[in-house]
Each structure stands twice: as C-alpha cells, then as structure tokens.
Design a protein around this ligand. Structure first.
Ligand SMILES: *[C@@H]1O[C@H](CO)[C@@H](O)[C@H](O)[C@H]1NC(C)=O
Ligand SMILES: *[C@@H]1O[C@H](CO)[C@@H](O)[C@H](O)[C@H]1NC(C)=O
Ligand SMILES: *[C@@H]1O[C@H](CO)[C@@H](O)[C@H](O)[C@H]1NC(C)=O
Length: 493
C-alpha cells in the first residue's frame, strides 16, 4: 500500500480564511463549441505521450557517454543548476554541476567537479523500471565564480572543516578547492549538504520517433532529490529528477545542449534567455511524459483552469508501470484556485493555492477494486459497490481514506509557465513533498517543479496553435501531417 499512501497526497486540509478565495461572480455560460474541438487534441497528447515515440528501456541500462541538462534545472531550496555527466567504459565517471544565482541560469556562482566510480547492480524492487547502483566518490572540487560566493561557501565549510580555505586567501578565479579527496582522507561535502545519491537509481530510455526519420533521443533518469533539505543527505531516491539527454543524439537540435556540452568547470554555460510568455494558467494542459513520483507511482495528468470563475479540474490517471500503459485508477478532482502572487522565495515562480472540493474515483483493475471494496464503510464512497470501470463520487465520505484523499482540502502551490524552443507552452507545477505528504501549509509550499504539462488548448486560436506547434507536424511536411491526422482520427473512433 506504499503506492496508495503517497498517491494523491491530497491528504488533510481545512478551509482557510475566505480572503484567499475571492471568487469572481459567475459569468454567463456561453455554449462552448470550441471545447468539442479541443478535447481530441488534449486526449491525443495524453494517449500518445512523447508524440507517439516508441520508448525502449533496457535493463541493465547502458550509460556510457556524456549526458547533459536540456535547460536550467530547479532543485528544492531552490537551487538553480545545469549538469553535464560523463560515464566512461571503466566505470569511472566525471560529473560537472554548474550552480547559478538566478532562475535562468545566466549568473554562475560555482561549479562542482565530481569524480568517482559507479557500479550498476540489480533491477530495483521498489521503482519498477529502474536499476540500482553503488557509487564511490574519489574527488569533489569546487570552483568559485565570484568572491562573494566563495566567502559564503567557505564560511559554511569552515565550521566543520577548518582550513578549507586558508585565512586571508582571496578569491582566485579558476582555482579548484578540494571538498573531498579519498587520497588524503578528507570530506567536507556534508557542510554544503552535498550528496550524489542521485547515482543510486538509474534508468535510460531510448525514444524513437517514427515521424522523425532517424530521430533518436536518449534520456538518463537519475534519482530524485528530497524536497526537505535536512533529509537530503540520507535519502535514498525512489523517484527521478528531470532526465539528462545524451549529448550524442541531441546536441544539434538544442542550443542549450550545445552550450552545456562544450562547457567545463572553468567555463560554466550561460544559458540564453527563456521566453516567459504572458500566458495565463487558464486553458487545458496535459502531461508530456509518463511521470514518476517517489515511492512509487506512475501517472499522467490532465488539468483545466477556468479563469472566468477561478475553478480548476484535474484528471489524474494512475498506472502500475513506468510507460503508463497499465492503468490502475483515475482520480477526478475539482475546486477553486486563488489569485497568483509572485514568489519571493523562488524567483520566476508564482504562488497559488488550490482548494479541492469534490472528487471521483474510477478503479481500473481488480486490486484497486478489492482494496476500495474492503475499505471501512463510510471512508471511501459506498464500499462493496466498487466495480472495475465504474466511477464513484467520494465527496460525501470526505474523500477516500484508502487512497489518502481527504476532502475538502487546500494545497499551497507554485507554478511557472515557459515556452520551449518549439514554441510550445509548458506549465510547471510544484514538486510534491518527497515524504508523500501534502503541501497543506504555507511552509510546505514547493520550491521546485514537477515535469511540465503541455498546453493542449487555451483561450484563443487554441486548436490552430496546438496543431502548428505539435512537433510531429513541423519539419516533415504533408506526408507526416497526413499520418498524424489519420492516427488522430483513428484514436477518436
Ligand atoms: C576559518 O576558520 C579559521 C579558524 O578555525 C579562521 O581563522 C579563518 O579565518 C576562517 N576562514 C574563513 C574563510 O572563514
Ligand atoms: C466555471 O467555468 C467553466 C467554463 O465556463 C464551467 O465549465 C464550469 O462549470 C464553471 N464552474 C463553476 C463551479 O461554476
Ligand atoms: C465487492 O463487494 C461486494 C459486496 O460485498 C461483492 O459482492 C463483490 O464481489 C466485491 N467485489 C470485489 C471485486 O471484491
């Protein structure tokens, strides 16, 4: 039941002060004919994750080569960074982590050079599709890109690791300071909360896109970082971070990848500006990939936000496998959301609160049906009435205890909207707390993000936009367009 425990994390929550929920007066409902057109595109994306790419994940994975970030990454804290990891045939690796002071990864603060040895072990029993690994660190060095950052970090390290930087030594650009070295038996990494536990969970996916001839993208998924800073150094990952991509196949089509690929610890990449379109939350958004949450849950999401009355609705499709092909159950939830406020803590982010007021559950396999069927009467819909494929409203029972859903419920969230290099709009919502709890107090508000949702329909010209922005349509011309439309039509039947 670990699976269902963290599931929804929609646990708990009481109503908050009314101010937050200044909901506009209801607007006259206009017949929404466009909706009929939008739905298929959103559904199409949901059912053809990765634009219909064929995904292969071999066990054990082959990880040799150079793997790089495809954008500015945000870790809990927040920390802004880019990564370039190289794995050699003799099991040695060299990992470069470039840290920044800003959310666009344009102002480098310091870089870490991490050298060590990695050994892949058995398939993970906890995270389906992942391989467990052991690693040893041989060397960790830090290079500062400014005096200010150097003073800040040395003050931290100096407390537990005196003489890390000899007193009075000014900042020397390009100089590597050793944080860890097995040769001299020194380890000052704990002082800055550094850990490479991400290397203990590994998955490689090969994505072949049938419509792009020869288009192969390889992704390296490494273990997730605990959302609670104090847990970070002992947490063993059960979920993933945003994947790195293989430099070999990806570099040409991605400007950021080229920059990161050609960087080193003395020349950290400075990323180009990212478009932050003036896009409202309103519209329809779907997952762009099968998402994994720690401990361990596979899901896709389909969210709709109505700005007119500040309501939202979300479908959460849960699966038992890492390619999101074997459904377990669907949760449908609706409620209101508050006005967004620019985040002080996470620059570039907007703070918002969601209220979940109603929810329905549709079990899709027998294991879930049995679990719901045998739940304590009054704790989850009508027990004994659950059937595969039959939806029940769980609002009257205050949610569903067995699934960890409690209603009504408030969550404090973070989001940002960005535009990718293909012009698609991406919605990043806050990362769920790693411990499976819910961000039901303001101090549990996320400081990092989940994988992005893709806008599949918005307010104006939505269909035209999504069609022209669908990546499978752009470069290949008419033939591909026909294939695309044909498969889309098939999907509707
Ligand atoms: C580090 O600590 C020593 C004493 O333990 C002190 O003399 C030195 O000034 C400190 N250096 C920095 C950079 O804080
Ligand atoms: C909010 O507006 C949307 C779109 O007009 C509508 O579908 C939905 O039912 C409304 N919700 C409420 C609670 O009024
Ligand atoms: C659910 O409970 C009902 C009533 O107790 C029972 O008839 C039905 O067989 C159960 N279904 C499953 C799948 O356990």
């Amino acid at each position: 039941m670990a699976e269902t425990y963290c599931l929804l994390g929609w646990v708990l929550g009481l109503a908050v002060g009314n101010k937050l929920w200044e909901v506009p007066d209801p607007v006259e409902q206009t017949p929404n004919s466009a909706r009929l057109n939008w739905e298929p595109q959103c559904n199409y994306q949901l059912h053809h994750l990765q634009d219909g790419a064929r995904i292969n994940a071999l066990l054990p994975p082959s990880i040799e080569g150079n793997w790089i970030s495809t954008g500015c990454e945000v870790r809990p804290g927040p920390e802004f960074l880019t990564r370039s990891y190289t794995f050699y045939p003799n099991r040695m690796f060299k990992a470069l982590q470039f840290y920044y002071r800003d959310q666009e990864c344009r102002k480098p603060s310091h870089s870490l050079v991490i050298k060590g040895k990695l050994r892949l072990r058995q398939a993970s029993w906890i995270t389906r599709g992942a391989t467990e690994a052991d690693y040893n660190l041989l060397k960790v060095g830090v290079i500062f890109h400014s005096q200010e950052v150097m003073s800040h970090i040395t003050a931290q390290v100096n407390q537990s690791c005196a003489g890390f930087v000899p007193p009075g030594r000014p900042w020397a650009p390009g100089r590597v300071y050793e944080l860890l070295s097995t040769k001299v038996d020194k380890d000052c990494t704990a002082a800055i909360g550094f850990t490479m536990h991400e290397l203990s969970l590994v998955r490689v996916e090969k994505h072949y896109n049938a419509l792009h001839v020869g288009a192969l993208v390889e992704k390296l998924f490494l273990g997730d970082i605990h959302t609670e800073g104090s847990e970070r150094t002992h947490y063993r990952p059960t979920g993933y971070q945003q994947p790195l991509q293989s430099a070999m196949h990806h570099v040409h089509s991605c400007q950021v990848c080229v920059l990161i690929h050609h960087s080193d610890e003395h020349h950290p990449p400075v990323l180009p500006r990212v478009a932050h379109p003036q896009v409202e939350l309103s519209g329809r958004w779907v997952s762009s990939q099968c998402e994994v949450r720690p401990a361990v849950l596979f899901l896709t999401r389909y969210m709709t936000f109505h700005a007119e009355n500040q309501t939202w609705e979300g479908f959460y499709y849960h699966y038992s496998d890492p390619l999101c092909k074997q459904p377990t159950f669907t949760l449908y939830a609706v409620g209101h959301y508050s006005r967004g406020v620019r985040s002080e803590r996470v620059s570039g982010g907007t703070e918002i609160a969601f209220r979940v007021s109603r929810a329905r559950v549709r079990p899709l396999n027998h294991v879930i049906v049995q679990m719901l069927n045998s739940s304590r009467p009054g704790s989850c819909g009508t027990s004994g009435r659950w059937l595969v494929g039959k939806e029940q409203d769980i609002t009257d029972t205050g949610g569903c205890e067995a699934l960890g859903v409690r209603l009504p419920h408030v969550e404090y969230e973070l989001y940002k909207v960005e535009q990718d290099s293909s012009g698609r709009h991406l919605l990043y919502m806050g990362e769920r707390p790693t411990d499976g709890s819910s961000p039901d107090t303001t101090d549990k508000r996320p400081t990092s993000y989940q994988p992005p949702l893709l806008r599949c329909a918005g307010h104006h010209h939505a269909l035209a936009f999504t069609l022209s922005a669908a990546p499978s349509l752009r470069p290949q011309g008419a033939a591909a367009a026909i294939v695309f439309l044909f498969s889309w039509i098939l999907n509707l039947i």
